[in-house]
Design a binder for this molecule. Structure first.
Ligand SMILES: *[C@@H]1O[C@H](CO)[C@@H](O)[C@H](O)[C@H]1NC(C)=O
Ligand SMILES: *[C@@H]1O[C@H](CO)[C@@H](O)[C@H](O)[C@H]1NC(C)=O
Ligand SMILES: *[C@@H]1O[C@H](CO)[C@@H](O)[C@H](O)[C@H]1NC(C)=O
Ligand SMILES: *[C@@H]1O[C@H](CO)[C@@H](O)[C@H](O)[C@H]1NC(C)=O
Ligand SMILES: *[C@@H]1O[C@H](CO)[C@@H](O)[C@H](O)[C@H]1NC(C)=O
Ligand SMILES: *[C@@H]1O[C@H](CO)[C@@H](O)[C@H](O)[C@H]1NC(C)=O
Ligand SMILES: *[C@@H]1O[C@H](CO)[C@@H](O)[C@H](O)[C@H]1NC(C)=O
Ligand SMILES: *[C@@H]1O[C@H](CO)[C@@H](O)[C@H](O)[C@H]1NC(C)=O
Length: 669
């Protein structure tokens, strides 16, 4: 009651004091396209929602309020950004109810066409030609359902971020809201249910607040993001406000259901009852819970639908058989590796999974340092958080593939533990951290020497060779990159993260649904075939060779366009006969010239666009050991622009593990 009176007074107070220029509008649903400018795949649905994209790969759509809004106050000598507030409701729908891509944004821009924008990871906001350029004058809040580790300063595949002139977020945080007792409640952006968003900017305080909540929850009092920034130099006097949406290799439909906006005051609350909520497609029959439910219903009316019942029966049979198979896998593994840690011990070892013990965060969850009390042994504990949809699948994948593998250049899995929704994997501790950290986060005094780098590369090659050719099955790693190379005390390299590994049993023709990998390390054919192979691993290793030699990430968004992709840049320098120009300048020319040339040339050979002409890991090792010589003028095969297919970027941990229907394991939870 009191709060209502307070609110009323506030409104009365704010309205008269508002400065002269005020723009405001409310759309309780979009029954007509009037006053909106749409482009790309954006359209108004029959139900009165803006659909920014449908489920077509690599497309984008924009929807802007057709008239520009005055965003700078010119009453004083200095132009300063006006306060504004906006409320909207969005809904992201995916066909299979599983990981979609890539996201939508609320955007303020001097242009309503965003001519240089690209789909995929650029979210329809920016493109390679203008990303990070201060003359963009673009402010956006992104709702992003893809995750590209180390690239865009994002936290996971379900995050909210503020982007100023660049797709590299100024701030990014996993989606969620704060309840009254200030507990953060996780919120899945692509859950197929509408989410309400409040964005407010105070021109006096220079703070942007972003708050989100499910439609059923009133506006939380504490914002999800509160970011201090002066938007005066970002805004132009007249700005267009609206939305962008984009898909990548994996797709979602992005909808805006209602929207209000106001400068110099609070945007009008939306009338939720007027919004029409898009219906998610009915759950597909591959989901085990629905096929089980279906089976029960059909069981009751067997006489009518014997045929369907037989079909469903078969799917249940497969489901049960699948479950038995996976259970067996676990038991096999347990027999080999009886070390199931007690949760209590791991809890103690990591001091209760304390922030200070955090070694890093990966796609699945956090990695903590731990000391097992009685043994005094140091370990790394990977905690797969409960809200990871594919948690169990990855857990089993990881255990099954790692359990019995032993190699000098693979990180050893020591044991595991499962408690409620938490999945924990215990690894040997790697005191020197990841190659990625050593290459890019180190002080100048601790720059890796060439000798160390060369040894690390040989170690990684040996580890991959083991996976590809020396173990009893062919194992494709699928995500070879610097952050998955860890170093022990003697700076020997070990490959980690087999969460994505997938067993290729000889002669088994398995099909993947989702491309897995990391931008810059992903072979071009992956976006066509979606199928990781040993030669796509070789491509990733090639990118790693170049990265280590040049001391530069495979993709550098801050770089000039011709240096954006490392492979292209090295190739260009090679063609100009200036190969050594690309060598890491921090080495100050302290390297063995032959080895450096070898690594750079071999990197290019591995990164050729045609998989068939890439060498095998066995050959790679022969080259690295000098047992075999690279032809000097090897006619390398590259197709223009293919080494960097940004629009197809999608980092998905959703790939099914080995056998076809493991999704039944997670679907029913
Ligand atoms: C469109 O905008 C004009 C002026 O800004 C306003 O008069 C009109 O009512 C608007 N139409 C709709 C459908 O909102
Ligand atoms: C998406 O929209 C385009 C253009 O409106 C249409 O041709 C296509 O069939 C749609 N695709 C899907 C999957 O709905
Ligand atoms: C304009 O900005 C400058 C530099 O920030 C400041 O010194 C000056 O006082 C400002 N003028 C007004 C009228 O606010
Ligand atoms: C930024 O954009 C402006 C205008 O489009 C252009 O003139 C300038 O060259 C760009 N700067 C860079 C570094 O690309
Ligand atoms: C963050 O915002 C400022 C503008 O205040 C901008 O200059 C900067 O480049 C932005 N980006 C990042 C990644 O910090
Ligand atoms: C990345 O985001 C964090 C907060 O999410 C921010 O503190 C940091 O400055 C950002 N880094 C870059 C390079 O923009
Ligand atoms: C933003 O959030 C902070 C923290 O809750 C609050 O103090 C501030 O008043 C908010 N600012 C706006 C413009 O809503
Ligand atoms: C906070 O508490 C108020 C009053 O008890 C309640 O109406 C509101 O729904 C709560 N908000 C959230 C975000 O839980």
């Amino acid at each position: 009651m009191f709060s209502h009176i307070a609110l009323f007074c506030l409104v009365l107070f704010v309205a008269p004091s508002a400065r002269s220029s005020t723009d405001e509008f409310v759309f309780n649903g979009f029954k007509r396209a009037s006053n909106l400018s749409l482009d790309g795949y954006a359209r108004i649905t029959n139900d009165g929602a803006i659909q920014l994209t449908n489920e077509t790969m690599r497309v984008m759509g924009h929807a802007f309020f057709s008239s520009p809004v005055r965003m700078l106050d010119s009453q004083h000598k200095n132009l300063s950004a006006l306060s504004f507030s906006t409320i909207f409701v969005f809904d992201i729908i995916t066909a299979d109810g599983e990981g979609g891509g890539t996201g939508l944004t609320f955007v303020m821009s001097p242009s309503k066409t965003l001519p240089q924008a690209d789909s995929g990871a650029y979210l329809g906001l920016f493109g390679a030609g203008n990303n990070g350029n201060f003359s963009n004058h673009v402010f956006a809040v992104e709702f992003d359902t893809a995750y590209i580790p180390g690239m865009f300063n994002e936290t996971n595949d379900n995050h909210v971020g503020i982007d100023i002139n660049s797709i590299i977020s100024n701030i990014s945080t996993p989606a969620g809201y704060y309840s009254n007792d200030s507990k953060k409640v996780d919120l899945e952006l692509e859950m197929g249910k509408p989410i309400q968003v409040w964005i407010e900017y105070s021109g006096d305080m220079m703070v942007v607040n972003v708050t989100i909540a499910p439609l059923s929850v009133p506006k939380p009092s504490r914002p999800l993001i509160s970011y201090t920034v002066n938007l005066s130099p970002i805004f132009k006097e007249h700005m267009y406000v609206g939305f962008s949406g984009a898909t990548g290799q994996i797709v979602s439909s992005h909808y805006i259901l209602g929207w209000s906006f106001q400068t110099n005051g609070m945007a009008a609350p939306l009338d939720i009852s007027q919004l029409s909520i898009p219906q998610p497609p009915s759950a597909s029959s591959s989901s085990n819970s629905s096929s089980m439910a279906l089976a029960i219903k059909i069981g009751a009316i067997t006489s009518i639908a014997t045929l369907i019942a037989v079909g469903t029966g078969i799917s249940i049979f497969f489901y049960l058989q699948q479950r038995a198979k996976l259970a067996e896998t676990l038991e096999d593994w347990e027999l080999d590796h009886p070390h199931r840690f007690r949760y209590k011990d791991l809890y103690k070892a990591t001091k209760g999974f304390k922030e200070t013990e955090l070694l890093g965060r990966g796609g699945f969850g956090h990695v903590f340092k731990g000391v097992i009390k009685h043994a005094g042994e140091e370990v790394a504990v990977k905690k797969i958080s409960h809200n990871t949809r594919q948690g169990i699948r990855e857990f089993i994948a990881e255990i099954a593939s790692l359990g019995r593998m032993r190699h000098r250049h693979l990180v050893e899995l020591k044991g595991w533990c499962k408690r409620n929704e938490d999945l924990l994997l215990v690894y040997e501790f790697m005191p020197k951290g990841s190659l990625d950290m050593l290459l890019f986060d180190g002080e100048n005094s601790t720059i890796l020497s060439w000798q160390q780098r060369f040894k690390i590369l040989k170690g990684v090659a040996a580890g991959i060779l083991y996976l590809h050719q020396e173990w009893e099955q062919v194992v494709v790693h699928r995500d070879i990159k610097a952050s998955n190379v860890l170093l022990d005390a003697t700076m020997d390299a070990k490959i980690s993260d087999f969460g994505l590994a997938r067993l290729y049993e000889h002669g088994n023709n398995l099909h993947t649904t989702h491309v897995v990998g990391t931008l810059g390390y992903m072979a071009p054919e992956l976006s066509r075939t979606g199928r990781s192979t040993t030669s796509s691993d070789v491509f990733a290793f090639g990118a790693l060779l170049l990265e280590v030699a040049c001391g530069r990430r495979p993709i550098k968004f801050e770089a000039p366009p011709n240096e954006l992709s490392l492979v292209d840049w090295v190739r260009e320098c090679q063609e100009k006969g200036e190969l050594l120009q690309v060598a890491d300048s921090r080495l100050q020319k302290c390297y063995n010239k032959e080895e450096m040339e070898l690594v750079l040339k071999l990197g290019l050979v591995c990164c050729q666009s045609v998989p068939e002409v890439r060498p095998s890991m066995k050959q790679v090792i022969q080259y690295l050991n000098g047992d075999e010589h690279l032809a000097d003028d090897a006619g390398l095969i590259f197709s223009e622009g293919e080494s960097l297919d940004l629009a197809s970027v999608r980092i998905s941990y959703a790939s099914s593990y080995a056998m076809a229907s493991t999704s039944s394991l997670t679907g029913g939870r």
